[in-house]
Ligand binder design. Structure first.
Ligand SMILES: NC(=O)c1ccc[n+]([C@@H]2O[C@H](COP(=O)([O-])OP(=O)(O)OC[C@H]3O[C@@H](n4cnc5c(N)ncnc54)[C@H](OP(=O)(O)O)[C@@H]3O)[C@@H](O)[C@H]2O)c1
Length: 331
């Protein structure tokens, strides 16, 4: 059966790399670039068409931070396609308002690898809400994708082997997440909280699909460290970091993928590997060795199923309210 993959945030960074990796592995796969900005999306599409002249690549506009926009996007998808084989829940933001220089220097001396892998030196904005009253980072990184996944469940199942692949992060773990603040509104690290929420939902959704006898699976991946524009760091810092990334990689720090193409390696693996070799209790990592060889690593996840299912239920309640255009009853 023909495969159709939806990639959110496909116009830049890891999302763009995912499209390249998918087309390189399976030139017949049809791509839907789910992007919010028409100009950036069409420029990215043109550049992908230059690299893959025979590829089938379409652009569909969506703002994943708005459930209303995601619902309209899904209506358009249902009108155009009879099946969807993959959804890459990749679009994401890290809302920052500067750099914590004290932390930067401290980490440079005590934990240089951590400085390059985590966002500890970034001052994240606390308390941001989107127009629908939901935590802004959670809405973009998590809830919009949850709505997309639920809304397109029938199309995913119709493909016979639907896969939902969440872009998480090696920096996310259960210490970043508090169920009493599941949208990360009060959190000092709303980005990491949202990434662990992706891992929780990947596990809970997989469980839900199996219990509902749907031919859909859900997995989580990490692109490692990619020198993208996430976090809106000043250009000179990004450039300086790239030099440090290469030095670290040469010293054997395998998370330093640096390019989005390498960062998306694990996504293509999870997209096409036989289901029998994949599991939801693992986060699949893109890693690169000092000689520039990229490969897939496995990071076991310590997911508490009760927490995962509770988060799934909370998101599902909000999803149902959004579908009926009712207020979401957010805490
Ligand atoms: N870079 C890393 O080292 C790293 C590490 C771990 C995980 N990740 C994850 O990788 C994913 C991609 O990030 P990236 O590093 O590739 O950053 P990026 O280059 O900034 O790409 C983010 C993409 O998401 C899109 N996006 C953001 N908000 C959106 C919205 N509301 N609606 C639709 N699209 C939206 C952006 O579109 P615009 O161009 O219109 O802004 C862009 O295409 C994220 O989930 C991030 O958490 C990245």
């Amino acid at each position: 059966m023909e495969q159709t993959a939806i990639v959110t945030g496909a116009n830049s960074g890891v999302g763009y790399g995912i499209v390249q990796q998918l087309l390189q592995t399976n030139p017949d796969i049809q791509i839907v670039m789910a992007c919010r900005n028409p100009d950036r999306a069409s420029r990215a599409r043109a550049s992908l068409m230059e690299e893959f002249p025979t590829a089938l690549i379409h652009v569909e506009l969506v703002d994943v931070a708005s459930a209303t926009s995601v619902l309209s996007f899904c209506t358009a998808i249902k009108n155009r396609y009879s099946a969807v084989s993959h959804i890459f829940c990749n679009a994401g933001i890290l809302s920052a308002h500067g750099i914590n220089w004290y932390q930067t220097f401290k980490l440079a001396l005590t934990d240089p690898v951590g400085l390059l892998e985590r966002s500890d030196a970034t001052k994240q904005i606390v308390g941001e809400l989107n127009q629908e009253g939901m935590g802004k980072v959670f809405a973009a990184n998590v809830f919009g994708h949850f709505v997309m996944m639920r809304e397109l469940e029938t199309l995913l199942a119709a493909s016979g082997d639907g896969r939902v692949i969440w872009t998480s992060s090696i920096t996310a773990d259960d210490t970043c997440f508090d169920m009493n603040d599941w949208q990360g509104v009060k959190s000092e690290v709303p980005y990491e909280s949202s990434k662990w929420a992706c891992d929780l939902l990947a596990t809970a959704s997989h469980d839900h699909f199996k219990k509902s006898n749907l031919a859909i699976s859900s997995f989580t991946t990490s692109p490692g460290v990619v020198a993208s524009s996430i976090g809106d760091l000043p250009a000179w810092i990004t450039m300086f970091r790239v030099i440090l990334h290469y030095i670290m990689r040469f010293l054997g720090v395998t998370s330093q993928n640096i390019t989005a193409y390498r960062g998306a390696f694990a996504d293509a693996y999870v997209a096409f590997a036989p289901l029998l070799v994949l599991t939801t209790t693992i986060r699949y990592l893109s890693l690169t060795n000092r000689w520039g060889k990229t490969y897939v690593g496995e990071q076991p996840l310590s997911i508490d199923l009760d927490t995962a299912n509770l988060l799934y239920q909370k998101c599902n309640t909000c999803y149902k309210a959004q579908k009926k255009s009712l207020p979401m009853d957010l805490p």
